[in-house]
Design a protein around this ligand. Structure first.
Ligand code: NAP
Length: 248
């Protein structure tokens, strides 16, 4: 399908590996120019080279999404480099699982500051350009855990529920300027984040999935293409659950 994304400019956070990397590769396949952001300089540069090999312009930058100063700086640099900003994918996210009674302050703070504040930092910084441009697409990667909660993931669940509420608020605030803001709530996707879970938990998860398989990074990237394109122009403030039917 032609999504009409050729020569658009997309900024993706957490693009060094996992879901963010695939989103960068899939958008590049559509001819989109890509700014890749990650806290890990080595992976972001390596992924940037892979994306560049697809024949699009790339800009790979190291930044911590939880630092508003760093975020303001990289967004200004990206805009200066490409001259515009059409798509923002807030994908960077971490887990620090623990039961509530054992959860350390640092575990709570770190997850909230990367997953939720990081999404806010980029939304705010990018909105200044998109509002002036009077167009834009923002896709936030939330999680089904932000909808249903999970034992041992109170910090992660709260951060992703926050991302969903932020998505809806931004969608209302930016709608009059032709900026769509939506969230994707992945279920169980095969990446380094889920690789750490033991086989028993993975097996139990799979048994709860009607489509009888774990998700792939492509399953998420395909939806990002749709939500970044003009084919979703009448969709805003929505949460698209991509989980093989696990949560209905
Ligand atoms: P991943 O493989 O761990 O990749 C996350 C990427 O984000 C890594 O490159 C990581 O860098 C980067 N990152 C971490 N902290 C950062 C920071 N402070 N600033 C900038 N970049 C940072 O995770 P994933 O599975 O692809 O997950 C991507 C998103 O999908 C996350 O928001 C996650 O919550 C969400 N999600 C995933 C699943 C799943 O099943 N995998 C399910 C639901 C939602 P490092 O390499 O340095 O860690």
């Amino acid at each position: 399908m032609d999504y009409g994304l050729k020569d658009k400019v997309a900024l993706i956070t957490g693009a060094g590996r996992g879901i963010g990397k695939q989103i960068a590769l899939s958008l590049a396949d559509e001819g989109c120019n890509i700014a890749l952001i990650d806290v890990d300089e080595n992976t972001v540069k390596a992924t940037g080279a892979e994306v560049h090999a697809k024949g699009v312009k790339t800009f790979s930058l190291k930044a911590d999404v939880s630092s508003s100063a760093e975020v303001e700086k990289v967004v200004d640099e990206v805009h200066k480099n490409f001259g515009r900003l059409d798509i923002l994918v807030n994908n960077a996210g971490i887990t620090r699982d623990n039961l509530i009674m054992r959860m350390k302050n640092e575990e709570w703070d770190k997850v909230l500051s990367i997953n939720l504040k990081g999404t806010f930092n980029f939304t705010r910084a990018v909105s200044r350009y998109m509002l002036k441009q009077r167009s834009g697409k923002i896709v936030n990667i939330a999680s089904v855990i932000g909808i249903g909660g999970n034992i041992g993931q109170a910090n992660y669940a709260a951060s992703k529920a926050g991302v969903i509420a932020l998505t809806k608020s931004a969608a209302k605030e930016f709608a009059s300027r032709n900026i769509n803001v939506n969230a994707i709530a992945p279920g169980f996707i095969q990446t380094a984040m889920t690789e750490v879970l033991n086989d028993e938990i993975k097996q139990k998860m799979q048994e709860r999935i009607p489509l009888q398989r774990l998700g792939t990074v492509e399953d998420i990237a395909d939806a990002v293409l749709f939500l970044s394109s003009d084919k979703s122009n009448y969709i805003t403030g929505q949460v698209l659950v991509i989980d093989g039917g696990m949560v209905m």
